[in-house]
Design a binder for this molecule. Sequence first.
Ligand SMILES: [Zn+2]
Length: 444
Amino acid sequence: MQAAKSQLVRMLDELGRITDEPGRLTRTFLSPAMRRANARVATWMRAAGLSVREDSTGNLVGRLEANCRAGSPDPAGGSETSGVRRPRPTKTLLLGSHLDTVRDAGKFDGALGVLLPIVALGELRRRGVALPFAVEVLGFSEEEGVRFASAYLGSKGFSGRLSAADLKLRDEQGVSVREAIQRWSALTPARFGRLEKRVEGNALHLQANHRRSNLMGYLEVHIEQGPVLENKQLAVGVVSAIAGQTRGRLTFRGRAGHAGTTPMELRRDALAGAAEFVLFVETSARAVPPLVATVGTVAVEPGAPNVIPGEVTLSLDVRHPRDDARDAALKLLLYAAGRIARRRKLGTTWSVTQDNPAVTCSAPLSAALTRSVVAVQGRSVELVSGAGHDAVVMSALTPVAMLFVRCRDGLSHHPDEFASRADLAVALRVVGDFLQRLAREQSS
Ligand SMILES: [Zn+2]
């Protein structure tokens, strides 16, 4: 395990140096660095005994077929007492995360969830442990939304959910997702057309890599990106749900005027109204955890020191692991905005820019993962992920589970992002235990 841990650290270091921008880590969807990263990770996959392919969306897929060692009981076969073998169809367990990064990123976010399963599978192979199911390690080509300002393009492509609207998105150079994919995979338009299929809602989808019925589930290992594990002094924890998220723009409209000549009682100050709202958001979210609500941007018009603010647009981001609670919280906040605006003779408008439902992790997979965490770490803890992950998209294809690994100061999306070698070793042992636990469950 010592060797496996060191190998994982070396791989994280090396992958963290493959970048599109000299001097800092930036690796975006289908970029030249992504090509080099996929090639490097592919060699590690092959060394661990996986066969490697890349799908049309640039996702790297390493596959280990189910295999039973000669002389051992056949875990996929029938009962030994009856002597009758009833072969079951081989299912596939998916493990993975994303290989793209934000700008000036750390080396753990995403990469850990791809490299750790490769090392864990290599370790099982060294110890002669065979699994009765196939395993695929997935390195998704896009999760962070940097190049096309839209997240999850990789996992959407893998699961057949890339929509016509997604394919039309353009990057800063004017290149569309469709063109980027065609160039990357050297696909002719005719071949691209054959990959697409028309489904309900008139949306174009790329063909999925798997049928739902062939899959056992998807496990994603990821740094926590928050402070909970650090506070609990635990290396790893099990994610119970990924919070749903509503994001939008709220505008307060008043009347701009001279800051020197307009008496206070005659003002309709949009920023004063917005300020009252910002504090209301904080107070009301604090009262009902695990709700989180954030005003992250404020744009003031006309924005001059000697002019009363006439119009203010702010961003509002509301997240909760339960959709009904998120909806109720959002209604309450918008109701309060209206009340504040009426009292101050302001107008308001609200527009939603993003709306993702919550994802509940699979109870059976999470239970098995929790048993593995307890076996390795002594106790486990349940966490809600406030950040979105590839598991959000994968949950439409198969049950999902997530293992969070403690990261220093809860810091991520930053070059100082850090997970300790000791914590990585715990996560490695948990994933190894989890794979063998599923194997035992399947054969019992
Ligand atoms: Zn990530």
